[in-house]
Ligand binder design. Structure first.
Ligand SMILES: [Zn+2]
Length: 82
C-alpha cells in the first residue's frame, strides 16, 4: 500500500460515476414526481370534458384530458423555419 495514486484515481472515478448516477436518479425522480398523484376526478380541469378512461388507466391522477395535455406539452411554435 505504498502507492497512493491508484486508490486516489479510483476514488475520483468512483465519485464521478456516483455523481452522474445521482443526476440520472434525480432526473428519474423529477419525471416520477411530475406525474400527478392520487385519484383523478375524471374531469379535465382545463376544458371540463370527461377524461378518457384509457388515459385514466395510464395516469390514474390525470387532471386534464388527452387533447389538453397534448396542447400543454406541445412546445410553443418558434419562427425558426423561415
Ligand atoms: Zn381537456
Amino acid at each position: 500500500m505504498s502507492d497512493s495514486s491508484g486508490p486516489l484515481i479510483d476514488g475520483l472515478a468512483d465519485s464521478g460515476q456516483e455523481q452522474s448516477q445521482q443526476l440520472i436518479q434525480a432526473a428519474i425522480d423529477a419525471a416520477l414526481h411530475s406525474l400527478p398523484e392520487g385519484e383523478s376526478t375524471g374531469v379535465c380541469t382545463i376544458c371540463g370534458e370527461d377524461i378518457e378512461a384509457g388515459r385514466l388507466e395510464l395516469i390514474p391522477g390525470a387532471s386534464d384530458c388527452a387533447s389538453c395535455a397534448q396542447k400543454a406539452s406541445r412546445p410553443l411554435p418558434l419562427s425558426n423555419s423561415n
